[in-house]
Design a protein around this ligand. Structure first.
Ligand code: ADP
Ligand code: MG
Length: 250
């Protein structure tokens, strides 16, 4: 579903991604870990068109992200074509970014109606199903500020799923939550993984990574230092940098 081939990204003269190569097979979960500033968010943002890569290639479901290739040359996609690629990719952020003046239901139906041109009735039906799936069927008429952080994050997940994405990106979805609220969000993500969704998850939740991920990737300094089966990597990292990072978490 995702293929990154030596992806590089710089901001001005600062190179943040220094050749990331990675495959995420369809229907699998990849967890990304690494110290702050290692480029995890930038990598997800490149996949989701929030940044444009400078070198290397990034494919989602076979589509080259951000560029069109013609006669061996690359041309940046128009905003319209980029938006079309991005429609199929859901993203959930640390801060939930719900619209504060709209109800939970309105948050979830907005994009399907505006972008996917669904009828309101169809969008509402799907939203009610998704809110039920994330355990919030009875909060459809609440406003975000009336919900806990964990509930807001579950609305954000439902909102992303309402676009029927083929890939879901999560950037530290539980990092801003009080500890007692983390479990409900992880449970929703676990169920989503079990349903066959392809997921990339930046997280510090090693229990989740160990149990749910098919692949664990350790990034540091803009490179993939090490990747592999999460249980093996956590129990016996090959690289000293991974070992040192994990010892600080535990
Ligand atoms: P992580 O998510 O692993 O903590 P980030 O991808 O957020 O790392 O950041 C990697 C590096 O890129 C950091 O040094 C950060 O300051 C820098 N960076 C990220 N976004 C920008 C930007 N828009 N402009 C300049 N530097 C940026
Ligand atoms: Mg980050």
């Amino acid at each position: 579903m995702v293929l990154a081939d030596r992806v590089c990204k710089s901001f001005g003269s600062v190179q943040v991604l220094k050749g990331i190569s990675l495959e995420v097979p369809r229907g699998t979960v990849t967890c990304l870990i690494g110290p702050s500033g290692s480029g995890k968010s930038t990598f997800l943002r490149c996949i989701n068109h929030l940044e444009v890569v400078n070198a290397g290639r990034l494919y989602v479901d076979g589509d080259l992200i951000g560029y069109r290739e013609r006669n061996g040359k690359l041309y940046e996609l128009s905003p319209k074509d980029a938006a079309a690629q991005r429609r199929d990719i859901g993203m959930v952020f640390q801060h939930f970014n719900l619209f504060p003046h709209r109800t939970v239901l309105e948050n979830v139906i907005e994009a399907p109606i505006l972008v996917k041109k669904k009828s309101r009735a169809e969008a509402v039906e799907r939203a009610e199903y998704l809110l039920d799936r994330v355990g919030l069927a009875n909060r459809a008429d609440a406003y975000p500020a009336q919900l806990s952080g964990g509930q807001q994050q579950r609305v954000a997940i439902a909102r992303a799923l309402a676009m029927d994405p083929k890939l879901m990106l999560f950037d530290e979805p539980t990092s801003a939550l009080d500890p007692e609220l983390v479990g409900d969000v992880l449970k929703v993500m676990r169920e989503l993984a079990a349903s066959g969704m392809t997921m990339m998850v930046v997280t510090h939740e090693m229990g989740f990574a160990r149990e749910v991920a098919d692949q664990l990737v350790f990034m540091d300094g803009g490179v993939v230092v090490e990747k592999g089966d999460p249980r093996e990597l956590l129990a016996d990292p090959r690289e000293e940098r991974t070992r040192s990072f994990l010892s600080k978490l535990l």
